[in-house]
Design a protein around this ligand. Structure first.
Ligand code: SF4
Length: 358
């Protein structure tokens, strides 16, 4: 984010504020705390990346925002403030209006959003009818405009085609056109480029950036891919086992990652900080299932810097930047300037009092 954008962000109201969101899944064996006390903001015109390995809680966070959590899942706590109103207080009918209207979602597999038995044109026009009351020629004209806006050539003809007649990249463009049909203020993209080859992926990322600029869209972008995050995000939240473990503007995160998990993710990107002959690092092991209240650091079993206290003290978010950049990491190694024992005591105290460094 440029300094100008940063200044703008300070004066703007966040369009979405997630506060202490808690979503759990109740199985016969255990309670899985899939989203565990997650908080972050998204401002108009900003792209906020949520990055982490599979099982970290990224998609459940998105589905919680949209109130798309089915049994045995439950949103158990926190607030999802959208334009100043808590979406968790909305009725099912109100949420249907908001979903696909104010907030639209693009998934990894475009076929989950497209119905194979209707033409692409019909599906876009249905969205225009439902959310903007457009019908007839006006809807057809707008559907053509939308397909053109997402870079689909020969839009008039392609409106009459079915999803199977589109290539993977074109299908994802059509889904983005459908999402835009509702003229949303916030677009949630859940791994929208993961199934695409790198060239098409780059085109879709470029398209999202163009659309964002034209429409002042806020974008929440979920991915496991740090390379994609570097391309698209202004700000990044790193998730691990249901929690946000680090949050920073994208350049700051890449230049000065603080949490050992983020450092591991960055070391596993080909070319990132590697000298010739260096081997690409991997983080050994898997993301644990967060099936108990965290009284320790969930990353400890995989952390190369773990020490005794990591098994008994839960790290809280600590301000890890000296200037005015908003950079926080949840790790007992911080604040760096304190001796480790004192840093650990600060985490213990904040965990008990429910405070953090914000
Ligand atoms: S708290 Fe300990 S285990 Fe967790 S990331 Fe920091 S050093 Fe590693």
């Amino acid at each position: 984010m440029s300094s100008q954008e940063a200044a703008l962000r300070q004066t703007d109201e966040a369009i979405l504020s997630i506060e202490n969101l808690q979503t759990s899944f109740y199985t016969d064996k255990e309670v899985i705390r899939a989203v565990d006390n997650v908080s972050f903001d998204i401002y108009p015109g900003e792209t906020v990346g949520i990055v982490g390995e599979s099982g970290s809680g990224k998609s459940v966070t998105a589905r919680s925002i949209m109130r798309l959590i089915d049994s045995p899942g439950r949103i158990e706590g926190g607030r999802v403030m959208y334009k100043g109103e808590n979406l968790l207080d909305k009725s099912k009918r109100q949420m249907r209006g908001i979903r696909g209207g104010e907030i639209a979602m693009v998934f990894q597999d475009p076929l989950t959003s497209l119905n194979p038995v209707y033409t692409v044109g019909n599906q876009i026009k249905e969205s225009l009818r439902l959310h903007r009351g457009m019908t007839g020629r006006k809807a057809t004209r707008e559907a053509i405009n939308l397909l053109e806006a997402v870079g689909i050539p020969d839009a008039q003809r392609r409106l009459r085609e079915y999803p199977h007649q589109f290539s993977g990249g074109m299908r994802q463009r059509a889904v983005i056109a459908m999402a835009l049909a509702c003229d949303p203020d916030l677009l949630i993209c859940d791994e929208p480029t993961t199934a695409l080859d790198v060239t098409i992926q780059a085109q879709i990322l470029e398209l999202l950036e163009e659309l964002q600029e034209e429409r002042d869209l806020a974008i929440m972008f979920i991915t496991h891919d740090m390379g994609v995050i570097a391309e698209i995000a202004d700000r990044v939240n790193v998730m691990y086992a249901g929690e946000i473990v680090e949050s920073a503007p994208v350049l700051e995160l890449f230049e000065s990652p603080k949490h050992p998990y983020t450092q591991g993710l960055l070391n596993s990107i080909p070319g990132h900080g590697l000298e010739e002959g260096d081997r690409l690092a991997t983080i050994e092991g898997d993301v644990p299932t967060p099936n108990e209240k965290p009284t320790y650091c969930r990353f400890a079993p995989r952390c190369p810097k773990a020490f005794d206290a990591c098994d008994t003290v839960h790290p809280v978010p600590i301000d890890v930047h000296e200037g005015d950049v908003d950079h926080r990491a949840s790790c007992l190694l911080y604040p760096e300037e304190l001796p480790t024992e004192e840093a650990v005591a600060r985490h213990r105290e904040r965990e008990t009092t429910g405070g953090d460094d914000r």
